[in-house]
Design a protein around this ligand. Structure first.
Ligand code: HEC
Length: 301
């Protein structure tokens, strides 16, 4: 009987194992058919893979539990023994295997049988509840020792030999990788412009375009004359986040979300940000009426 339960359990696990094997393969297929570059998995793919892996693990656990419960109910209700064709054989096997199963259970738990409880009964008693001095289950102790062994390898690996990076270093590596990806993306968009190489554009056409970008997006908070309303005055020499063309470019691209200035990189291309930055600089010193008081540090151009 127990053999059957075990058999079924193994078959189920095998099936779930196949699913688990298929997951990374599927993810891999997706990664290579997707963008055509054979780099690493993207974060979403990894997350998806992990979610599927968890789901598969859950499937194993649930199915295993289900079969175990079904098997147990059958044994307990005596159904498993009722087999007219081979009643004798079945019950013979049953006795043998259940003792085998019992052995395993005994080895795992090292529990004192209920009828011999007196042997491990302590004199501790609380409201009629007596305490047994059972030993710790060996499976639990084994896990505990395993963690100690693991910790030795962990300590040696991470702190002595440096086989793998510690959190800080790992974080820095990932940030550097992400930055490289952003740069590559920016370059692929043709907009390799960034705060360190952006220049002030003087030509009329660029400034006119900058003005129309400003009028379409920015006047609500900075005023049509750049005099400042919700946002600061952009026509004076004072800057909260720096007044160089690179600083202004960066403020517009990344925004100051905590202060109500959004990041414009989704709406405006780097070239457009360069033009609107240039327009803002060209308006410096125009002294619009109702100008908002200066904020930040003075910037000498
Ligand atoms: C929803 C309101 C809002 C809109 C729309 C807005 N800004 Fe701002 N902006 C702000 C606020 C608020 C600040 C001040 C942030 C701070 O205090 O750090 C700011 C700051 C700035 C700064 C930095 C000023 C300094 O002193 O350093 C620049 C440059 C700027 N905005 C440009 C723009 C441009 C260009 C647009 C349109 C593409 C725009 N803003 C649209 C609210 C806005």
């Amino acid at each position: 009987m127990m053999k059957q339960i075990l058999n079924r359990y193994i078959k189920t696990s095998g099936l779930a194992g196949l699913v688990m094997l298929a997951v990374p393969l599927m993810a891999k297929g997706q990664a290579s058919s997707g963008s055509g570059n054979a780099v690493a998995f993207t974060e979403e793919e990894l997350l998806l893979g992990f979610a599927l892996f968890l789901a598969a693990t859950l499937v194993i656990a649930v199915l295993g539990l289900l079969f175990a419960v079904i098997g147990l109910t059958r044994v307990m209700s005596g159904k498993a023994l009722i087999n007219p064709a081979s009643g004798l054989e079945e019950s013979g096997v049953q006795a043998e295997e259940s003792s085998f199963w019992k052995d395993i259970k005994q080895k795992l738990t090292d529990a004192v049988p209920v009828d011999q409880e007196e042997k491990v009964m302590t004199d501790h008693e609380y409201d009629g509840i007596r305490e047994l001095d059972n030993s710790l289950p060996p499976w639990w102790k084994a896990l505990f020792y395993a963690t100690i062994v693991f910790s030795v390898f962990y300590l040696a690996g991470y702190h002595v030999f440096g086989w793998a990076e510690l959190q800080d270093a790992e974080y820095n590596t990932e940030v550097a990788e992400a930055k490289a990806r952003i740069d590559a993306y920016m370059a692929s968009k043709g907009g390799a412009l960034n705060e360190s190489n952006v220049t002030y554009l003087e030509d009329e056409a660029a400034l006119a375009e900058g003005k129309s970008i400003f009028n379409a997006n920015c006047t609500a908070c900075h005023g049509a004359e750049l005099q400042g309303t919700v946002g600061p005055n952009l026509a004076d020499e004072y800057w909260i986040h720096g007044g160089s063309v690179g600083d202004i470019f960066k403020t517009i691209r990344d925004g100051v979300p905590s202060k109500g200035m959004i990041s414009w990189k989704a709406q405006l291309s780097p070239e457009q940000i360069q033009k609107v930055s240039s327009y803002i600089i060209s308006m410096e010193g125009t002294n619009p009426p109702n100008a908002k008081d200066p904020q930040g540090e003075i910037f000498e151009r």
